[in-house]
Design a protein around this ligand. Sequence first.
Ligand code: GLN
Length: 509
Amino acid sequence: LYSTSSRARHREVISAKNASVNAFVSVSEPSSSHVSRDGSKGLPLSGLTVAIKDNIATSQMSTTCSSAMLQNFTSPFDATVVELLIQNGVDIIGKTNCDEFGMGSLNVHSVHGPVKNPLGLFQDPPEERSAGGSSGGSAAAVAAGMCDAALGTDTGGSVRLPASYCGIVGLKPSYGLISRWGVVSYADSLDCVGVLASNVEVTQRVFERIAAHDTNDPTSAPQAIRYKARQQVEELFPSASTSTPSSKPTDDTSILKRLRIGIPQEYFPAELSSTILDQLRTLIHTLQIRGGATIVPVSLPTTAYALSSYYVLASAEASSNLARYDGVRYGSYEAPGPETDLTKTSSVYARTRSVNFGKEVKKRILLGTYALSADAFDNYFLQAQRIRQLIKNDFDRVFRIPNFFSDQTHQNTRDTNTETSQPKVDVLLHPSAIRTAPLLSDSESESADSLSAYVQDVLTVPASLGGLPALSVPMGVSGKEGFRWPVGASIVGQWGTDELVLAVGRAVE
Ligand code: GLN
């Protein structure tokens, strides 16, 4: 009755490996409406099995956000992205582990326990390393061969970092291209649904089907703007937006000949491992010598402040978004204890929230609430917003394609100012992470010290603050020298140039 091939194979791998990898927190029933019937053959994504991060709503399986707070929660509806996947013939194979509400970089803050990087588990001798976070389950599921692709969410790097640690491809699209309806909010102004797969082609096929305007999401980009953005790319690179990349392999390299790639000098911090630097150098050399791309050093001076700005803004938005989990409207209600003062509603809420939120989430709520308080607002929240604007201006100054949402006169004024003007580029290229996947034992102790855990996001948060498309593609995993822990190269483009970023990704992989 059901088409069996890849679904059956993936279910077998899940049965064999999930107990050790811990990527899936639920697996769908083969007979559920999330699994396509024979009738869906011939649809654009027929036969593809896709896993969904557990902070994206599904009506057939629970949506826990890896939190005790939502352990018993099943959404009455499917998120728009899930609906679109089903309409396109996908088998939704299950829900994947993540950091609680998407907060973390190592997938160790989860009520379901940490995700183990499958690349290390099946080595001899085996090594327990982090799969990265917060979409660690989605990345591990793809890397372990448990599904063809997975959806994750990326607020400050949560798709790109685990993709880099697990040696797969991860796309954070331009903000607003994929609907957030049914995606549990962490920080709305930054949250994006992203796609993870083992190559750029599958990533793009899934992305093209789910990037659609949705009236249920007020921040979803309108049709006209999407169209204009594609046109701008089309004018500069006529072959970039082809939707059948595999049939035209030569197009990717011909794009390189006209491409100006910016290397942002601020993306090489002292913490960057030297082997990663060597791998990036080799990649740049190949793109330049063999591909004919023009390499341009560029400067994005506000980068140094991106991490601080991100953690203030993301925590502020989180503190507001997470207010709904009070045990009454949402969340597991905790019966009052003997010490609870029943004359105060707030103490009932407090008990529910103290028992059910994890440590990291509580830390973010406290940080965010403080940043929004009357005393701190100007010094923290407003300053962080100003930095965010400066970061956007930095990007707009270096990209040849103008930003739809920026004040054009402002961009032009900057251009004529000789001190700040620099050669324009089409995309930026930099390492996705400062290191390869850390040992899980180190990850757990590191997470106790927020600062060193937060530093890992230093290369991914700027594109998030800018709302820009960013794609992580594994580099240098040729296998010639035996196994080497992978790391990704990130390609970042102007808002709406996702097709161009993907085309460059195909040339890089
Ligand atoms: N590690 C970052 C954070 O904890 C990013 C998380 C994400 O992108 N969801 O906020």
